[in-house]
Ligand binder design. Structure first.
Ligand SMILES: NC(=O)c1ccc[n+]([C@@H]2O[C@H](COP(=O)([O-])OP(=O)(O)OC[C@H]3O[C@@H](n4cnc5c(N)ncnc54)[C@H](OP(=O)(O)O)[C@@H]3O)[C@@H](O)[C@H]2O)c1
Length: 255
């Protein structure tokens, strides 16, 4: 196992965050070609169920590798961080793709590679920080306001994300592939509460871990999901004349 020096790690982390900012700007102009924005010209496709499985798997597997090769095994705080991470990623990798109603949808292979790139980088930064470099997660961290507030925000975001994705999954009958207007929960105020919940989750993670890799994950999540929420919202407004006029894209009353 090759572990970078702390200096190299920090330099790479700043480059990684700069890449997130560049990605944000790019995604404002070019929507990632999957889901309702799938289009020709992005090379060969594969089934989106398989695509999600392949691109998300590195996050759950690699984090376990960093955990079992690091110093976290006897540390309750680090074990709790691992549990939060794995709850999210085991769901995203092995359960979320099984909830698609149809096998007929595809995803470009290039999107899967971009997903793998992001997930490997993100998991390495967070896993190395937590399980190899960190020295400051004593049991007392469990009573620290940063851990408590961060964990509450993470869990709130997880519940919002799950509920919002559940609403989307129940819009279609088995075999259907079209789109309908979602209602209920935070859909009353925003078009993409699943993205809002995801941003809350990783903002909570950044606060609970009080770490730069945690912050980088929150920045990447915003970079990926703010442009996509705006694109999805505009797509709904264009495709449904009856789309609720007072709904925002991702943040109630704001954006
Ligand atoms: N952390 C990150 O950087 C990041 C990045 C991307 C995604 N994510 C998370 O991954 C999850 C999925 O993201 P996504 O971009 O695929 O979300 P999405 O576009 O909202 O789609 C989620 C699922 O619901 C279906 N769906 C969406 N809108 C629908 C509608 N109006 N009517 C019927 N079905 C609808 C989609 O079908 P189709 O596939 O047919 O469109 C897909 O199966 C979300 O929870 C998101 O937060 C996280």
């Amino acid at each position: 196992m090759i572990i970078p020096s702390p200096d190299l790690f920090n330099t790479m982390l700043f480059i990684w965050m700069a890449l997130a900012v560049a990605t944000f700007v790019l995604l404002l102009f070019v929507s990632a070609p999957y889901g309702r924005h799938l289009r020709r010209g992005w090379g060969p496709n594969l089934s989106n169920r398989l695509g999600w499985l392949i691109m998300e798997m590195p996050s759950s597997v690699l984090m376990l590798v960093w955990f079992f090769t690091g110093h976290g095994q006897g540390n309750i705080v680090l074990i709790l961080f691992l549990v939060l991470w794995e709850i999210h990623y085991i769901h995203r990798t092995f359960i979320f793709p099984l909830r698609f109603h149809s096998n007929k949808k595809d995803m470009p292979v290039v999107v899967v590679f971009m997903g793998i790139f992001f997930n490997v980088g993100n998991t390495c930064f967070n896993g190395l920080h937590l399980f190899h470099f960190s020295t400051d997660y004593a049991v007392s961290w469990l009573y620290d306001w940063r851990f408590i507030i961060g964990a509450v925000i993470f869990i709130t975001g997880f519940v919002i994300n799950q509920h919002a994705d559940h609403v989307l999954f129940t819009l279609r009958k088995p075999g259907e592939t079209g789109y309908k207007i979602p209602y209920g929960g935070l859909y009353r105020w925003i078009s993409c509460p699943n993205y809002f919940g995801e941003v809350l989750e990783w903002t909570g993670w950044a606060i609970a871990t009080w770490s730069l890799p945690g912050v980088s994950f929150a920045i990447w999540t915003l970079a990926n999901l703010v442009p996509r929420a705006l694109t999805n919202h505009n797509w709904y407004v264009r495709h449904f004349k009856e789309y609720p006029k007072d709904r925002k894209a991702m943040i109630p009353y704001v954006l």
